[in-house]
Design a protein around this ligand. Structure first.
Ligand code: 16G
Length: 245
């Protein structure tokens, strides 16, 4: 930040120039995750900017979660989210995906139980009205970092005891011979609404990927209808393409 570096090639209000400069220092690893930021006073001295300007720049970084403020001990570079690269060609579960990467999968329950099926679930799962569904709704985490919200619905006939799902839904389905072997998945872009942003602990309006998966058994019977919201900043979906003959 020294020697007026913060102003080279920058335009716009000074607080935004400083904010970009600090962001760059973080992106380039000059300031590392969990490391303390210099105090507002120190930054003001180094950059020759006013405390008000520095405070505004830091407030912006706090708002987009690049920096976290801890009461009484100052500002720190927020822990980085490591991007997960997910292949789109194989049918895997969250637990398997994380295990393959050496990350610890965990979940927080949002809902788990049997409920009357909604019209959307009746349609997606091919149920008759009045039938019940098992809802398995979780915040999925990798090494303790929130990655996705998954809201799975399954026919009661497929999953009569949703409380048996402790960590992996697919593991429970496998144990009863109900595992899916094929799935159709639709991915679309979305800005996170308040409810999901709060659960994922990221700002409202952040980029998200809405993913719908309908999976099937060998018999062609639908297993699950899952609506998920994945963090846009944490996932890259990769598909291998081949020329069509
Ligand atoms: C995946 C699936 C989800 C499935 C879950 C089971 C996507 C978008 N979703 O995350 O449909 O219910 O795995 O994971 O890939 P589990 O066996 O770890 O509970």
């Amino acid at each position: 930040l020294e020697n007026g570096d913060w102003q080279t090639g920058s335009r716009g209000p000074r607080y935004l120039q400083l904010r970009r400069r600090i962001q760059l220092a973080i992106d380039e690893g000059v300031l590392k995750e969990n490391e303390p930021l210099p105090s507002e006073r120190e930054i003001a001295v180094i950059t020759d900017l006013s405390r008000v300007t520095v405070r505004k720049a830091v407030a912006g970084l706090v708002e987009d979660r690049t920096v976290v403020q801890k009461r009484g001990s100052g500002s720190f570079v927020a822990p980085r989210v490591r991007k997960v690269e997910q292949r789109l060609s194989s049918l895997t579960s969250f637990s398997e995906d994380m295990a393959r990467r050496g990350l610890a999968a965990s979940s927080e329950w949002l809902q788990r139980g049997l409920c009357p099926a909604s019209p959307e679930e009746i349609f997606a799962l091919g149920l008759s009205s009045g039938e019940r569904v098992a809802r398995v709704e979780r915040l999925r985490k990798a090494d303790g970092i929130p990655m996705a919200i998954e809201r799975a619905s399954l026919s009661e006939k497929i999953l009569p005891n949703p409380e048996k799902v402790s960590s992996s839904l697919y593991a429970v389905l496998r144990s009863t011979g109900m595992q899916p072997v094929r799935a159709i998945q639709r991915i679309s872009a979305r800005c996170l609404e308040a409810v999901d942003a709060e659960i994922l602990k990221i700002p409202i309006g952040s980029a998200g990927l809405k993913i719908e998966r309908v999976s099937y058994q060998t018999t062609g019977q639908v297993v699950e209808f899952t609506r998920s919201v994945y963090r846009g900043d944490a996932y890259d979906f990769v598909a291998e393409l081949q020329i069509s003959e």
